[in-house]
Write a protein that binds this ligand. Sequence first.
Ligand code: ADP
Ligand code: C5P
Ligand code: MG
Length: 211
Amino acid sequence: MSKPILIGITGGTGSGKSTVAQEIYKGLPEEQICIIEQDSYYKDQSHLSFEERVKTNYDHPDAFDTELLLSHLKQLSDGKSIDKPIYDFGIHNRVKETIKVEPKDIIILEGILILAEPEIRKMLDIKIFVDTDADVRIVRRIQRDIKERKRTLDSVIDQYISIVRPMHLQFVEPTKRYADIIIPEGGYNKVAIDIMIAKVKEIAASKQNKN
Ligand code: ADP
Ligand code: C5P
Ligand code: MG
């Protein structure tokens, strides 16, 4: 198998990164593409109490086990499978189980801080920044975190004002300059997603011909 193509999708929280990644994934046959979420690589926090884990800054580059993420990306690049950690937002920690991910021709890596890490940036063949206004992002985050991440309205707002917003301005927003492509509004931008799927299909077809 030739080296896979690595596509990075970044943007602020609630911008629609995970949705864009899923939409591209759904546009290709399962045997050609996989998704790696940077969220899966939050550091193991088992040594901390629940209260300490709640207070952790999850929007700083140091919150991630980037060493493990890099080694997994290298393994996939070398045609080896990985045991991807599974993250549970409800307990603010990874669970014991992992999920096996087989190497594929196309790897999508998505997360808030993937372009903030020079080592990861170097590995990416296509870099996408999903650009959505902050007011829309916070509204989406409130709805999603209450529905899917076991949060209360007050906790989402407190965390956003004290941590998420300042970290976004310091670490996420400046990485837009590294993007090859900027997708406005995120997951339901059908034109942008259709164009991406067509491009990724073209890359996948040329790889199949080489293999
Ligand atoms: P991210 O991974 O960047 O935080 P998600 O993909 O989880 O963002 O999207 C956050 C929420 O917004 C989800 O509930 C998702 O369904 C919704 N969403 C994503 N893209 C759009 C869009 N273009 N319009 C409206 N809602 C969207
Ligand atoms: O999908 P999204 O980009 O929103 O995921 C990243 C966000 O998840 C970060 O902004 C971080 O604040 C949040 N997070 C959280 N609790 C955790 C881990 C991450 O609220 N335990
Ligand atoms: Mg996400």
